[in-house]
Design a protein around this ligand. Structure first.
Ligand code: RRO
Length: 298
């Protein structure tokens, strides 16, 4: 039984924030969902202080071995989440991790204080891929901003604080170490990689927002390298994600130091992917076939 930041989990596979709508899944699959819930903990879609409609369509674009999204954080806002979504998410048969984002320290503090009071919530994930309106800088791209944010939030709750790292930096290890210095209990990575696509019919950007974040198997080797870098830079546990679609993929992240792994984009193709990855991890299916020998020219 894995244990993560004091939370007992049935297996090491969780979901990446924003890639699985557990409330919609309950509507579709009914109570059968609870008998075979795909994840050992559930991470909510990121919520913000106020409600947001998100970006206009087109919000998702398929790419070779992946997809680009620019969903733009649609959510009911903190109050709407607490009143409408939390009671439903609290019925899930696994611990709940709530993902939160804000654009200044005061608003972030307000969210962490409110979430911290709710016993239905096991941990809080801080999505730091957002600008600080005061400095104009993306918090998670700057070690100093990340450390200062954690220093402000750490005293506000005893719940585990997980920092979701952006991969769009030269040295993710430096940001992770800053999060740890500020008091984070764990880091999760990677969020999506900055990406664009052009619609071949219009020759215009494929996404209404002009750009988005790339995820799926295409990013897996990059995610694995960032995980190795981060794992070497911190002493706190890591949650590894980025294109995991099988037990064999997951076992690479665990071998590279991750305490848990998260399934993201694969959930859109197979809503049972989390259970399948967890099952494959315990069977020989997680072993990759031996590589084909490469011609040795010496
Ligand atoms: O909502 C989004 O567009 C979004 C978010 Br908040 C995020 O953290 N990562 C991502 O790929 N999309």
């Amino acid at each position: 039984m894995p244990e993560f930041c004091g939370i007992a989990l049935g297996h090491p596979v969780v979901n990446a924030s924003g890639t699985y709508d557990a409330i919609a899944a309950r509507r579709v699959f009914g109570d059968a969902l609870f008998a075979d819930f795909p994840f050992s903990a559930f991470v909510s879609k990121t919520i913000t202080p106020r409600p947001r409609a998100g970006n206009s369509p087109q919000r998702i674009w398929e790419t070779p071995a992946g997809m680009i999204n620019s969903i733009g954080l649609p959510n009911k806002g903190l109050e709407g989440f607490l009143a409408e979504d939390l009671p439903q998410l609290a019925e899930l048969p696994v611990p709940l991790i709530v993902s939160a984002m804000a654009t200044d320290r005061e608003q972030f503090s307000r969210m962490v204080e409110a979430l911290g009071k709710r016993e239905e919530i096991a941990a809080i994930e801080l999505n730091v891929s957002c600008p600080n309106v005061e400095s104009g800088l993306i918090v998670g791209e700057q070690p100093g901003e990340t450390e200062a944010l954690l220093e402000a939030l750490r005293p506000l709750t005893a719940k585990p604080l997980i920092v979701k790292l952006t991969p769009n930096v030269a040295d993710p290890g430096a940001v992770a170490a800053a999060a740890e210095r500020g008091g984070a209990d764990a880091v999760s990575l990677i969020n999506t990689l900055k990406a664009s696509a052009i619609d071949p019919h219009s020759s215009a950007p494929a996404l209404a927002a002009g750009h988005g974040g790339l995820s799926g198997p295409a990013v897996r080797p990059i995610a694995l390298q960032q995980l190795r870098t981060v794992d070497a830079a911190v002493g706190i546990p890591t949650i590894g994600m980025g294109g995991i679609a099988s037990g064999a993929d997951a076992s690479e992240f665990l071998a590279a130091g991750a305490s848990l792994v998260a399934v993201g984009t694969e959930n859109f193709r197979d809503p049972r992917a989390g259970s399948r990855v967890a099952e494959e991890l315990t069977s020989t299916a997680s072993q990759r076939p031996a590589p084909t020998p490469v011609l040795d020219l010496e």
